[in-house]
Design a protein around this ligand. Structure first.
Ligand code: 6PG
Length: 482
């Protein structure tokens, strides 16, 4: 059996796992044990990266023996049944006090279940969201670990050694207990969906409204990336729009099939928000936009449905492009505001103590939604940790005040032109809803009371009421059935 010389181990050596192992091995003080179900993959990693000084294991027993105590292993396998199999195998060779980390995109209720089960063996289980894709895993991801305080003592320094760094700080923090890390990663992905959909809608509106080519629009995004919209997603959008397809000579974006895939994290974010009663309209519309795009059988027949008579033609291109930029920024503020609302609601529901400011700080680098804008969110939560609505922070309220005219013009233009802009328009409706001093929900309450005697409150006195709609229509005090 090998001697216990590694301070960290990685199980699962596909691209993400091997890149994370290489990142760990490249940092001062780390010796990395590696294991993969097929040793052939392990051998391939050893041969490709001799400089990493990996400690290979061909069995779980060898893997455990090569790890110093408390043994600490990061599982990097596709979320699902494979994760449970690896957890089971590790619990058989680990001891109380050791640490098992799931670095996959696990669904947070699964992590809560797993943490509870593994904790009964005395072993620590940590669900850690790792964002930044393959490049991030190698060079520095944003890492969102949950798990026990005890596990953080050992795991924290190791994760800090590999995380991205933003404003001099590692993009990792102990998010909270059990499933908190995977919950926050899930919301990160939901915000990612919204961000991507908003960018796609901005592109579509400019393309259709001005007739500019993808390459020309790429330069617009590159310019936007120098200002308040600076972000990884804006940066890569310019790259994707610049790309020319080798086989046709056309812009690549024009030969890509317009049906968007989704591995599920956006749907989880929306389903969870619905159960928590948190409106995440931008994230939801982005998720549904992917679903809509992936129903070719419906689109093939609906394509003949009538649209507006007039062609969409923008006269002042520069003014419209600036309107779209401001609408994108305002809608992005809404998406992040909603995402942080969901994290706060999840923390309250599951008993996690999540520092929203710390979350915004670790998203400044390494992750897919990394953006200069997250510094402003961190500032807002530093100013007021209990900010009830992120959008009301002075910086964001001012930003929206300066954008809303453009935002409204863009939503009107899209609707008039028959161009789908679900994320832009739902974000604007959310903004107008959350700031409305009176909502038509009053009528909904009246309707509910009429057909279901579901009762209602009044604005002018305490109590719960019901109107005898099928009788003399008098109002009576009623039991609160909410
Ligand atoms: C990240 C990414 C990563 C993965 C997405 C893809 O944070 O590094 O979000 O988790 O690329 O899960 O998700 P979809 O396939 O659902 O877009």
């Amino acid at each position: 059996m090998p001697e216990a010389s590694a301070n960290i181990g990685v199980v699962g050596l596909a691209v993400m796992g091997s890149n994370l192992a290489r990142n760990l091995a490249s940092r001062e003080g780390n010796t990395v044990a590696i294991f993969n179900r097929s040793y052939e993959k392990t051998q391939g990693v050893l041969d490709a990266h001799p400089e990493a000084g990996f400690i290979p294991a061909s069995t779980y027993e060898e893997f455990a023996a090569s790890l110093q105590k408390p043994r600490t292993a990061i599982i990097m396998v596709k979320a699902g049944a494979g994760t449970d199999a690896v957890i089971q195998a590790l619990t058989e060779v680990f001891e109380p006090g050791d640490i098992i980390v799931d670095g996959g995109n696990a669904y947070f209720p699964d992590t809560i279940r797993r943490e509870k089960a593994v904790r009964e063996t005395g072993i620590n289980f940590v669900g850690a969201g790792i964002s930044g894709g393959e490049e991030g895993a190698l060079l520095g991801p944003s890492i969102m670990p949950g798990g026990s305080d005890e596990s953080w003592v050992t795991l924290g320094p190791i994760l800090k050694s590999i995380a991205a760094v933003a404003e001099g700080e590692p993009c990792v923090t102990h998010i909270g207990h059990d499933g908190a890390g995977h919950f926050v990663k899930m919301v990160h992905n939901g915000i990612e969906y919204a961000d991507m959909q908003l960018i796609a809608e901005a592109y579509d509106l400019i393309r259709r409204g001005t007739g500019k080519s993808p390459a020309e629009i790429a330069e617009i995004f590159a310019e936007w990336n120098k200002g308040e919209l600076e972000s990884y997603l804006i940066e890569i959008t310019a790259e994707v729009l610049r790309q020319v397809d080798a086989s046709t000579g056309k812009p690549l974006v024009d030969v890509i099939l317009d049906q968007a895939g989704a591995k599920g994290t956006g749907a989880w974010t929306v389903q969870t928000a619905l159960s928590l009663g948190v409106p995440v309209s931008g994230i939801a519309e982005a998720t549904f936009a992917r679903s809509l795009s992936s129903h070719p059988e419906q689109r093939a027949v609906a394509v003949n449905l009538p649209g507006p008579d007039d062609a969409f033609a923008v006269t002042d291109h520069d003014a419209f492009i600036e309107d779209v930029r401001l609408a994108l920024y305002a809608s992005k503020i809404v998406a992040y505001s909603q995402g942080f609302d969901e994290i706060r609601a999840g923390a309250a529901e599951y008993g996690w103590n999540i520092d929203l400011g710390a979350v915004s700080k670790i998203w400044r680098g390494g992750c897919i939604i990394r953006a200069q804008f997250l510094n402003r969110i961190a500032d807002a939560y530093a100013e007021n940790a209990d900010l009830p609505v992120l959008m009301t922070a002075p910086y964001f309220a001012d930003a929206i005040a300066g954008s809303q005219a453009s935002w409204r013009r863009v939503v009107v233009a899209a609707a008039t032109a028959g161009i789908p802009a679900p994320a832009f328009s739902s974000s604007l409706s959310y903004y107008d809803g959350i700031r409305a001093d009176r909502l038509p929900a009053a009528l909904v309450q009246g309707q509910r009371d009429f057909f279901g005697a579901h009762t209602y409150k009044r604005i002018d006195k305490e109590g719960t009421f019901h109107t005898l709609w099928s009788g003399d229509r008098t109002e009576i005090e009623a039991e609160d059935t909410h």
